[in-house]
Design a protein around this ligand. Structure first.
Ligand code: ZN
Length: 95
């Protein structure tokens, strides 16, 4: 699935609810899911890890829909390598 298609599916599936909840509530849900991803990383449960990555992506897409951000365009920033140095792989100082 392409990220733009995911965003469109999220809009069709949850767009009304996302709008009713609003940006701040949706952002809180995203951060909660990031916390669940952190726990899944700690436990090393592979099946749960994939589930949590999916939830983070879904909530990120919901938030992008509310903010009118096109994730396909946002991701394009990284499509051809590092957006800072322009190299692939990145040649920046590690941080
Ligand atoms: Zn770089």
């Amino acid at each position: 699935m392409e990220i733009g298609a995911l965003q469109e599916t999220m809009r069709a599936t949850y767009g009304d609810r996302d709008t009713a909840r609003g940006r701040d509530g949706t952002f809180r849900w995203l951060t909660e899911e990031v916390g669940e991803l952190a726990r899944a990383l700690r436990t090393g449960d592979r099946a749960n890890l994939e589930h949590e990555f999916g939830d983070v992506l879904a909530w990120l897409a919901s938030l992008a829909n509310l903010e009118g951000v096109d994730l396909e365009r946002a991701a394009a920033r990284y499509a051809v390598g590092c957006p800072r140095c322009g190299h692939l792989p990145c040649a920046c100082e590690p941080r």
